[in-house]
Design a protein around this ligand. Sequence first.
Ligand SMILES: C[S@@+](CC[C@H](N)C(=O)[O-])C[C@H]1O[C@@H](n2cnc3c(N)ncnc32)[C@H](O)[C@@H]1O
Length: 397
Amino acid sequence: MSQEVKQSIVRRRTWRSLQRRNYSLLSKMLDECFNDNLRRMTLDTRAFLLKAISSPQAARMFLDRLPDVLVRCNEDIYDLPLAAEAYAYVHLVDRYCRWWQVFLLLLQGGRFPIRRSGIHALDVGAGPGPATYALMDFGRAINEIALLFPRGHEIGQLYAPPPTVELAEASPAMSSFVHQLSEERGRGGPYGASIRDFYGLRILRSKHENAQYKEQLIRGILDQDEISYEWAARLLQEENPGWHLPERYHLGMVGNFLTTPDSMAESREALSHIKQVLPPGGMVLVMGGRGRLYPMIYAELEEVMSGLRHAWRNREMCTQLTPPQLIFTKGYICSIKAHLQSFGIDVHGISQEWPSNIRDAYHRWWNPNAPFVQQKFSVQLFRRPDGHAVKIDRRKR
Ligand SMILES: C[S@@+](CC[C@H](N)C(=O)[O-])C[C@H]1O[C@@H](n2cnc3c(N)ncnc32)[C@H](O)[C@@H]1O
């Protein structure tokens, strides 16, 4: 077979086949990338927290929020002083690892979402952004690996534009946390949330709603320029001809958001809209706990998502850090505790006032000698089946 024919075969492979055929080598290289990214994420979060906790008062408020971010995560606590920081301290790195693991598993099955024109994702109830940061870093890692290979190599063909991610987040403090952490990371955004209330998200608009939306866009143009109404309408048409098209997401990431029957019920309509415009190959991933109310929540979710393929049903997973990664993570946890103590705060004395199960959980977490418990979690994957096989053009670099 001539070189030219061989190359054209390589170019015609689907993303799925490229991922599956090369998974074994990719996963080894991605393990190294994960190591670097985990370190970076941990150090950047630490650097940010050290700056945010800059006085004895801040240290005390931060400490007071720690029980809340374990017990009251389903309540409106995130705009309390230092609550976003406390939540990030406890959950961000761990959940970042979880999402990375989910993406690795998708890659293994050939389903990590990649498109020639880049994917557009939505992070629902983003909090401090673990899903978004993991997606962006994972995508970047694949690109870095792809660039190590010659152009004709299959792995080189996996190069794609980085994903764009929109965040839906109700708490301004969380949104601002993400903005500042992104600055600390120095890797480009996200710089906060663009959707404030996920429950109210309506991607599909009726004729009447479209007319109202058009009016709103025209009024926006009129506010900026002193021109006639007709001229503003023409400008809208010229500059944004697709204004009436629904926003399509290729990937919805819902992490620890559908945690109560109420949040599930409130999300029905918004999730249904996302489903209806989900393109072929598009997917919605829902990460959460197991047991208690979850079977009920997931049953309702399945009903809302009917029509999509329920590819992972309650897939049970567990973070799998290597011993050096666990030691490193423990170091981060303990260094923040030491920082609180450096302000003369009696961390252990104060924690005696907390409910005993919460106090014990933190004491174990802070104890450098106590084994690190890697939590189990559950993932649902809903997919719109592929349409035609994707033809991959030569990448643009
Ligand atoms: C338990 S946290 C989960 C954060 C993150 N996804 C994670 O996995 O760690 C839930 C987040 O959803 C946000 N939230 C609550 N109601 C919301 C709504 N209606 N729209 C958008 N975000 C909301 C909260 O402010 C909070 O940051």
